[in-house]
Design a protein around this ligand. Structure first.
Ligand SMILES: CC(=O)SCCNC(=O)CCNC(=O)[C@H](O)C(C)(C)COP(=O)(O)OP(=O)(O)OC[C@H]1O[C@@H](n2cnc3c(N)ncnc32)[C@H](O)[C@@H]1OP(=O)(O)O
Ligand SMILES: N[C@@H](CCO)C(=O)O
Length: 371
């Protein structure tokens, strides 16, 4: 097995790098012969390698948690950086694109051994595969034990898998806006999204590379998802029943005088925005990985499974989250070893509050966790 990390003499902050981690035997039985992981780092690993923090992205996130040498803003911009709650003057922060993704790590659009994209042949990957792959990257970076692993939503589930699979390698673990397993309802929302893509006439069973992209299906999947990421209260307050005039000649021709509700226009925008930055097969691969989330699989009861971990835990939830309910975070916290509080992020926005309410989350993390 060849293991190489592209190293530079001076660490570059917030610049995507690539590590070859060799072949990966997958939990569900598949095999990926040569896996590349894309990752970014910020700050400097100290001499005794005790200041490393792993940040795990959510469903459509990338490695770009915060800006660095480039000015490109990241998705947890105010949480991570010099002087921020996850202080890059103090910590060496690492973020890895999940295997199956489309931000540089091996995924369905990557070439298979025959040189053609994996497409329909890409195997099922799980969050445990993600942790196993990232453990190899940690080895290459010389990180035996993380000071902390944290993430929100699917990132929180990835962090939890790390803490349970590699107890000796995770000292602190923050599980934000997710429970111990994907529930039937969460799986149901996810299935509607994957079906929206699979039923797109351009999907071609996943072998659409080189042909038309299944844009409509991916945009519909994002609309369904985005509704679950926000709250009824936010939509009502923000859009109400307001109308919006057609914005393009095409819409004007299609809609005539009817126009649209503002919320329709907003969801169209969210769908189209994702189409410009995400691969449809990766959306399915990562969504199915999240559907598989179950910390108890082949481990026993919830208490037995979580009892494998030895990290200090931080659990948080958004009070208005209608996808990953605070009650599910409370159940997780109650079954974790030791005393664990559930920190409530108070925000009317819903699930996406873990991305937008950084002031609250940051002070909770700074005071209760990163000390
Ligand atoms: C390389 C990369 O891009 S990596 C990207 C990483 N992304 C992630 O990690 C995903 C996490 N991020 C997200 O999900 C989102 O960005 C969030 C949750 C942080 C914020 O959500 P946003 O969608 O940015 O905010 P919000 O709901 O306010 O939507 C604002 C957008 O809706 C548009 N909008 C608002 N009202 C309307 C309307 N009536 N009609 C059409 N569009 C509208 C705004 O113009 C704005 O557009 P823009 O984002 O293109 O500037
Ligand atoms: N809006 C986030 C939420 C998923 O939990 C994303 O797209 O990744």
């Amino acid at each position: 097995m060849t293991i190489t990390v592209s190293r530079t003499a001076v660490p570059e902050n917030g610049v995507v790098r690539f590590a070859s981690i060799g072949g990966l035997q997958l939990e569900a039985g598949g095999f990926l012969p040569e896996v590349t992981l894309a990752y970014e780092t910020w700050g400097t690993l100290n001499a005794d390698r005790s200041n490393a923090v792993l940040i795990e992205h959510a469903l459509t996130g990338s490695t770009h948690v915060t800006r660095g040498d480039s000015d490109e803003p990241g998705w947890w911009e105010q949480l991570v950086g010099p002087g921020a709650p996850v202080d890059t003057d103090k910590f060496f922060v690492v973020s890895v694109n999940m295997v199956g993704g489309c931000y540089g790590s091996t995924g369905p659009s990557s070439p298979a051994p025959d040189g053609k994209p994996w497409g329909s042949r890409f195997p099922l990957v799980t969050l445990r595969d993600s942790a196993a792959a990232e453990a190899r990257l940690a080895d290459q970076l010389g990180i035996h034990s993380w000071f902390a692993v944290l993430g929100g939503s699917m990132g929180g589930a990835r962090a939890l898998e790390w803490a349970v699979t590699y107890p000796e390698r995770v000292q602190r673990c923050a599980v934000i806006s997710i429970g111990a397993a994907s529930t039937a309802e969460q799986i149901a929302f996810a299935q509607a999204q994957t079906l929206a893509i699979r039923q797109d006439a351009n999907f071609n069973d996943g072998d659409y590379y080189g042909g038309p992209f299944p844009e409509g299906g991916l945009a519909l999947a994002r609309r369904i998802a985005h509704i679950t990421y926000r709250s009824a209260q936010e939509f009502d307050g923000r859009f109400g029943r307001s109308a919006q005039a057609p914005e393009t000649p095409f819409q004007a021709a299609a809609l005539g005088d009817r126009g649209r509700y503002q919320v329709e226009s907003y969801l169209d925008h969210q769908g189209n925005k994702l189409v410009r930055r995400f691969d449809a097969n990766s959306y399915i691969a990562i969504t199915e990985a999240l559907m598989s989330h179950d910390v108890c699989r082949n481990r026993g009861s919830l208490r037995e499974s979580l009892g494998l971990a030895s990290a200090r835990f931080f659990v948080a939830a958004v009070d208005s989250d209608r996808l990953y309910f605070p009650s599910q975070s409370r159940e997780l916290a109650a079954a974790l070893p030791g005393e664990v509080d559930v920190h409530l992020i108070e925000a009317p926005i819903g699930h996406d509050g873990f991305l937008t309410e950084i002031g609250q989350l940051g002070s909770q993390l700074r005071n209760a966790f990163l000390v």
